[in-house]
Design a protein around this ligand. Structure first.
Ligand code: NAP
Length: 483
């Protein structure tokens, strides 16, 4: 079956329950072949305004529903994602390039947020607080923020959407999503399935198009009360400033530069396996990818050899082929960034022990690469790589590695490997990051609060904390008379 025949395939935008185009469109490409998959509409200011109106019109009806009614819609949507997971994964792999197994994993992960927040919808508990006088009673409730907007990236085309939309809908908000132009088809498929699940018109809208006018219209609007953004730090900072005049509530999930620290007493084989997952998943294009790998001196050589041997086994190819471990990078500029960091690393004394160049397949494939003798003044120590290159830094002691690991503007994820509970406790407490993986390279789950500090953003997604981002507290102060 061709992907165009999938029952959820859409190449128009969903606005107030209607599938719309505007006569202008942009190509959606397959990054593996450069082939045009389809076109999607290029919306701008006028269509964005129309969508804001649709989301505002849908708000009173949606927020008035009982929490268990909203939960029912979310559960139906969740089941449709699971039912169509194989086809959704195929579509995602086509437009994004990631291996099928990873795409399927992402669909299930994306669905898990919908299931989680369907359950959380019924647990948005308020409080009563002892009053400040005999005649006073205080009741606190969580109310939906209102109309929300979400701007999402291409690296996780499904999960970055459901972890915003599911809590928003659970809380009683309506939402407008603008996905990345590289991966709009997964977003539109999610919207088609939400519609099939019976989610009322205007509650969940998806618009594709020019980022700047859409972003400006959403942020300037006084009707939109919340912006949730996942993407790069410079764009996040710009949107944060644009939200200031209307004093919107905001959540920002931004870039990372994760340290991955391996102490001499660690289980080295485990650390190598977890590094492969953390570093090379999605060809290195995740915000929580290990970016700087710190290995203690005594095991540095042994670790490098084990890692290189394991990297040699990774199968580079087309994402939709089941045997592929590493797909193409999203764009030519993504490849150039890896090349630039690698050239800089080699110039400053680094040594490539495996990989190190564009892959023979051509296009935007890059060989999985290990660079040893990395040091602090290299670009790869300072910038997010977002590609399949693993630079190995050597360290002497705990104090040194903590200082180097924290020497970055970012604060999203960090990883540490040790079998000493004292080391684990001291180092994890000293790391200035929102999330720390201890003896594991896989930390994402719907049940935990995902997010960063410093230039990696603010706010959390997932867990019971995730729904707070879509509610405002209201407190009622009662005067109770004696009679
Ligand atoms: P990006 O360039 O910031 O784009 C992200 C989204 O913002 C896209 O939808 C993009 O639209 C839109 N956008 C760009 N400029 C805009 C503007 N001026 N106004 C409004 N919207 C604008 O980031 P990316 O390259 O797609 O994604 C990679 C980055 O995301 C990395 O830094 C990664 O670490 C970060 N990330 C963070 C997390 C997290 O949870 N912390 C998760 C995933 C990714 P167009 O596609 O149309 O340009």
């Amino acid at each position: 079956m061709e992907f165009q025949d999938f029952e959820f395939f859409k190449n128009q935008c969903l606005v107030g329950g209607q599938w719309l185009s505007n006569g202008q469109s942009v190509n959606v490409l397959n990054p593996a072949s450069g082939e045009v998959l389809t076109q999607v509409p290029l919306f701008a200011e006028q269509e964005t305004q129309q969508t804001i109106t649709a989301a505002a019109n849908a708000l009173p009806g949606w927020r008035a529903q009982a929490a268990n009614e909203r939960a029912k819609y979310l559960k139906a949507w969740h089941q449709l994602l699971i039912k169509h997971s194989e086809q959704l994964a195929y579509l995602m792999s086509l437009e994004q390039g990631k291996p099928l197994a990873e795409a399927l994993g992402e669909i299930k992960y994306a669905a898990s947020y919908i299931e989680w927040f369907a359950e959380e919808a019924r647990r948005v508990y308020g409080q009563t607080i002892p009053g400040h006088g005999r005649d006073k009673r205080i009741v606190v409730s969580h109310e939906p923020v209102g109309v929300c907007a979400a701007i999402t990236p291409w690296n996780f085309p499904a999960a970055m959407i459901t972890r915003k939309v599911a809590p928003a809908l659970a809380a009683g908000c309506t939402i407008i999503v603008k996905p990345a132009l590289e991966t709009p088809l997964t977003a539109l498929a999610l919207a088609a399935l939400a519609q099939q699940a019976g989610i009322p018109d205007g509650v969940f809208n998806v618009i594709t198009g020019n980022a700047e006018p859409i972003g400006e219209t959403l942020t300037a609007s006084t009707v939109v009360r919340k912006l949730s953004f996942t993407g790069s730090t410079p764009v996040g900072a710009k949107l944060m400033a644009a939200c200031a005049p209307t004093v919107k509530k905001i959540s920002l999930e931004l870039g990372g530069n994760a340290p991955f620290i391996v102490f001499e007493d660690a289980d080295i084989n485990l650390a190598v396996e977890e590094l492969i997952k953390s570093k090379f998943r999605n060809a290195g294009q995740t915000c929580i990818c290990a970016n700087r790998i710190y290995v203690q001196q005594g095991i540095y050589q042994h670790f490098s050899k084990l890692l290189a041997a394991r990297v040699a086994e990774l199968n580079v190819g087309v994402g939709t082929e089941p045997s592929t471990d590493i797909g193409p990078l999203i764009s030519e500029s993504a490849v150039q960034k890896v090349e630039q960091q690698l050239a800089d690393g080699v110039e400053k004394g680094g040594q490539v022990i495996i990989g190190g160049k564009r892959h023979a397949l051509g296009g935007t494939w890059f060989e999985p690469t290990v660079l040893i003798n990395a040091c602090e003044d290299m670009l790869c120590a300072k910038q997010e790589t977002f590609g399949p290159m693993a630079p190995l830094f050597s360290f002497e002691n705990e104090e040194q590695v903590i200082a180097e690991a924290n020497n970055t503007e970012f604060g999203l994820a960090a990883y540490l490997f040790s079998n000493n509970v004292n080391v684990i406790t001291r180092v994890s407490e000293a790391l200035e990051y929102g999330m720390v993986g201890i003896n594991t390279g896989v930390i994402s789950t719907a049940v935990a609060p995902f997010g960063g500090i410093k230039a990696s953003g603010s706010g959390r997604e997932g867990s019971h904390f995730g729904i707070d981002e879509y509610t405002e507290l209201k407190y009622l102060c009662y005067h109770i008379s004696d009679q």
